[in-house]
Design a protein around this ligand. Structure first.
Ligand SMILES: *[C@@H]1O[C@H](CO)[C@@H](O)[C@H](O)[C@H]1NC(C)=O
Ligand SMILES: *[C@@H]1O[C@H](CO)[C@@H](O)[C@H](O)[C@H]1NC(C)=O
Ligand SMILES: *[C@@H]1O[C@H](CO)[C@@H](O)[C@H](O)[C@H]1NC(C)=O
Ligand SMILES: *[C@@H]1O[C@H](CO)[C@@H](O)[C@H](O)[C@H]1NC(C)=O
Ligand SMILES: *[C@@H]1O[C@H](CO)[C@@H](O)[C@H](O)[C@H]1NC(C)=O
Ligand SMILES: *[C@@H]1O[C@H](CO)[C@@H](O)[C@H](O)[C@H]1NC(C)=O
Length: 578
C-alpha cells in the first residue's frame, strides 16, 4: 500500500469506527425494504467477486425535500390548458428554491456522513442540496449503511459490469426522516435492447411474406401530415437521453440524411453533446438522433449521454439529477429507459416523480418509450413499467401500418407497452378517456390481471417497426421498438413548440392534460392488441378513443398544432377577462 493511500484511508477508517459506536445503539431502519433485492437474477446478471474494502463506491443520497404539495399544485396548473397559469413556468432557481431541504435535514445528514467517515466537502451537492453524491470506500459504505454487501455483477449479453449490494441497506432511524433513498446500492441499470430483426408475427398478418419497403423520414412525415414543415425558432431545442455507452456517430447521421433526408430541410449535425460520445455507434443512439432530427428538423438537438463510466453509479438516476441541477436544458427529452414497476421501491419512484414534477414546472416535456413487452406478464398479472406508469410523464406506445404498401391506417402493435399502474392512482386528466374505454371495450382482460383504478398508459403512440437507420456507416432495415416511436413523437412535438415560440408563447411542457383534452386531433387506431398473460397470450385490445395499446392515438401534426394555438388563445382570453 502506498503511503498516500494510507493517509487517505486511515482517517476514514477511524471515523467509521467512531460512527459505528456512536450510532450502534440506534434502531436501524430500511429506506427501501420493498425493493426486490433479487431482481438481478431474472435480468441475466451474474454475481462475481466481493468488492475490495478500499475500492471506491459512489453513493447518491436523496435528501428529503420540502413543499412537494405546492410543487404538485404548480405542476398541474402550468400544464393544464384550462388553467389561467397554463404555460407560466417557473425558472430553475424558483423550482429549486421551493423544494430545497430544510436546514435541519441538511445539518443532520451532513453530521451523520462526517461521523461515518465521508469527506462531505468533496461530495458533489446539487444547487439546492437535495442530492449529494459522495465517493467513499466500500468499507465506509458498509459500516455507514449496515447490511449492504458490495459485489461485482457482470452481464454477458450487455458486456457490462456494475458494483451493487446483494442485500438491503439500513440507516439509523433518526436519519431516515431526512432521506428518501440512497442510490448506487440496489438498482441495476435497465437493459433495453433495440431489436434489429423484423418481429416474428407468424401468428397473424397476411403481409409477413411480402417484402417490406420500410419506414423512413418521408414516410413518417407523410403519415403524420408534417409534409415539409421544419423548425424556424432559434431558441427551440430537443434532446435524446442515452445511457450506458450508447453513442452516435456524426458521419452516420450525414449518411442517413444523404439517403433519407432529401425531401426536407434539416440540420446536418447535433448541436450540443452532453457527456461522453466516442467509439462505435449504438443502434439505439443512432435511431434516436436520426429520427428526432428528421421530424423535429432544423431544431437545435442535444445528445445527452450518461455513461456507465463509474460502474458504481445508476445511470438513470444520474441523468435525472443532472437535469434538475442544470439551468440551460432542452425543451423536450426523448427517453428509452424503463424498469418493471414491481422491481422498484415506492420511496424511489415517489422521489423520481418529484423530479418529473420539477421538470414539468419548468416547462420541460418528458417522453418515455412505453416498452416492448406489451402489457407484460408476471405471476398471472400484467407487469407495468416505470417511469411510464408515472402520472407525471408522457408514455409513447407503438403501432404498425395496416398495409405496408400504403400509409393510410395504423393498428396497435403487439409489443406496445401499455396497461395500468399497480402503484400510482389514475390522474384526473385521463379518467374520462379511460372510463370510456373500460365501459365500452368489448374485449377486456380478466379483472384480476390489472388495477383499473391505476394510472393508465401509453398516452400517445407512433409507428414502431421496419425503421431504417444508418449505423457504423451501414444502412440497416427492420429496426423495431417503442424507442423508434418516441423520437418520432418528440420531433413532432418540437415542431409544435416551434410554432408556439414563433408566436411568443411558451413551449408545451408536460403534455398529457393537453393530449387528453384534444383526442380529436390525433389519428385513432382501433384495431390490434398488445401481448400479455393467459390463453391466448394477450393483454389489451385497441379501441375507439384512448386504449392501453395506442394511448390517445398517433399525431396528426396540423390538427395538433391548431389545438396548441387554440390552447394559447383560450388562456390569453381568460387572462384578459381577469
Ligand atoms: C450541480 O451543478 C453544479 C454547478 O454546475 C456543480 O458544481 C455540482 O457538482 C452539481 N451537482 C451534482 C450532484 O452533480
Ligand atoms: C464531482 O464532479 C466532478 C466534476 O464533474 C467529478 O470529476 C467527480 O468525480 C465528482 N465526484 C463525485 C463524488 O461524484
Ligand atoms: C466489452 O467492453 C469492453 C470495454 O468495457 C471492450 O473493450 C470490449 O471490446 C467489449 N467486448 C465486446 C464483445 O463488445
Ligand atoms: C417465428 O416463430 C415461430 C413459432 O414460434 C418459429 O417456429 C419460427 O422459427 C420463428 N421464425 C423466426 C424467423 O424466428
Ligand atoms: C432554420 O432555423 C433557423 C433558426 O434556428 C432559421 O433562422 C431558419 O430560417 C430555418 N430554416 C428554414 C429553412 O426554415
Ligand atoms: C392530413 O393529410 C391527409 C392526406 O394527405 C389529408 O386528407 C388530411 O386532410 C390532412 N389532415 C389535416 C388535418 O390537415
Amino acid at each position: 500500500m502506498r503511503l498516500s493511500k494510507i493517509f487517505y484511508v486511515l482517517p476514514s477508517l477511524l471515523s467509521a469506527i467512531c460512527a459505528l459506536s456512536y450510532y450502534s445503539n440506534d434502531e436501524r431502519v430500511y429506506l427501501e425494504s420493498d425493493h426486490d433485492v433479487d431482481q438481478w437474477k431474472a435480468a441475466g446478471w451474474q454475481q462475481m467477486q466481493r468488492v475490495h474494502f478500499l475500492e471506491p463506491i459512489f453513493l447518491a443520497f436523496a435528501v428529503r425535500q420540502q413543499n412537494i404539495a405546492r410543487l404538485e399544485e404548480i405542476f398541474w396548473s402550468v400544464s393544464n390548458p384550462k388553467s389561467k397559469s397554463y404555460g407560466r413556468y417557473l425558472n430553475f432557481e424558483a423550482v429549486n428554491e421551493l423544494v430545497k431541504p430544510s436546514k435541519e435535514s441538511l445539518r443532520i445528514v451532513k453530521e451523520w456522513l462526517s461521523f461515518g467517515g465521508v469527506e462531505t466537502r468533496s461530495c458533489n451537492w446539487t444547487w439546492n442540496s437535495d442530492y449529494v453524491i459522495c465517493k467513499v470506500t466500500a468499507f465506509v459504505a458498509e459500516v455507514l449503511l449496515k447490511g449492504v454487501k458490495f459485489y461485482h455483477f457482470h452481464h454477458e449479453k450487455a458486456n457490462l459490469t456494475v458494483v451493487r449490494s446483494s442485500a438491503h441497506y439500513t440507516v439509523p432511524k433518526e436519519i431516515s426522516k431526512h432521506l428518501d433513498f440512497i442510490g448506487g446500492t440496489l438498482r441495476f441499470p435497465a437493459l433495453n435492447f433495440v431489436s434489429s430483426k423484423a418481429h416474428n408475427r407468424s401468428k397473424t398478418s397476411k403481409f409477413d411474406l411480402r417484402f417490406h419497403i420500410g419506414v423512413y423520414p418521408s414516410v413518417l412525415r407523410k403519415r403524420y401530415n408534417v409534409s415539409d414543415t421544419v423548425g424556424k425558432h432559434h431558441k427551440n431545442s430537443q434532446a435524446v437521453a442515452q445511457f450506458l455507452g450508447q453513442h452516435y456517430n456524426s458521419i452516420d447521421l450525414e449518411e442517413f440524411f444523404t439517403i433519407f433526408g432529401r425531401s426536407f430541410y434539416h440540420l446536418s449535425s447535433v448541436t450540443k453533446v452532453v457527456g461522453p460520445n466516442s467509439g462505435r455507434s449504438g443502434l439505439e443512439a443512432s435511431l434516436d438522433v436520426q429520427y428526432i432530427m428528421s421530424l423535429g428538423a432544423n431544431i437545435s438537438t442535444w445528445f445527452w449521454s450518461t455513461a456507465g463510466r463509474h460502474e458504481k453509479q445508476e445511470p438513470f438516476l444520474n441523468w435525472i439529477i443532472a437535469v434538475g441541477n442544470t439551468t440551460d436544458v432542452p425543451n423536450i427529452f426523448s427517453v428509452s429507459y424503463g424498469d418493471n414497476e414491481d422491481s422498484l421501491s415506492i420511496n424511489y419512484m415517489q422521489r423520481i416523480n418529484v423530479e418529473f414534477m420539477k421538470a414539468g414546472a419548468r416547462g420541460i416535456t418528458m417522453l418515455f418509450a412505453s416498452g416492448d413487452s406489451g402489457a407484460g406478464c408476471h405471476e398471472k398479472m400484467f407487469r407495468p413499467n416505470f417511469p411510464c406508469s408515472s402520472p407525471y410523464v408522457t408514455a409513447v406506445g407503438g403501432t404498425a401500418f395496416n398495409d405496408p404498401f400504403g400509409i393510410d391506417g395504423e393498428y396497435g402493435y403487439d409489443i406496445s407497452g401499455g396497461g395500468f399502474s399497480n402503484v400510482f392512482k389514475q390522474p384526473s386528466y385521463q379518467t374520462s378517456a379511460v372510463n370510456t374505454y373500460l365501459n365500452n371495450s368489448p374485449k377486456l382482460p380478466i379483472e384480476s390481471r390489472y388495477d383499473r383504478t391505476g394510472r393508465a398508459y401509453p398516452d400517445i403512440s407512433a409507428v414502431c417497426n421496419h425503421f431504417w437507420i444508418v449505423n457504423n456507416l451501414i444502412p440497416i432495415p427492420g429496426i423495431m421498438g417503442t424507442s423508434a416511436s418516441t423520437p418520432t413523437v418528440a420531433g413532432i412535438i418540437a415542431l409544435i413548440n416551434d410554432i408556439r415560440l414563433q408566436n411568443d408563447e411558451p413551449p408545451m411542457g408536460f403534455l398529457n392534460p393537453f393530449l387528453y383534452s384534444n383526442l380529436k386531433s390525433l389519428y385513432d387506431p382501433t384495431t390490434g392488441y398488445n401481448d400479455g398473460c393467459g390463453e391466448p397470450d394477450r393483454g389489451f385490445y385497441a379501441f375507439e378513443g384512448w386504449d392501453p395499446v395506442t394511448g390517445c392515438g398517433t399525431p396528426n401534426y396540423p390538427a395538433l398544432a391548431k389545438a396548441a394555438m387554440e390552447a394559447v388563445s383560450d388562456h390569453v382570453t381568460d387572462a384578459l377577462k381577469v
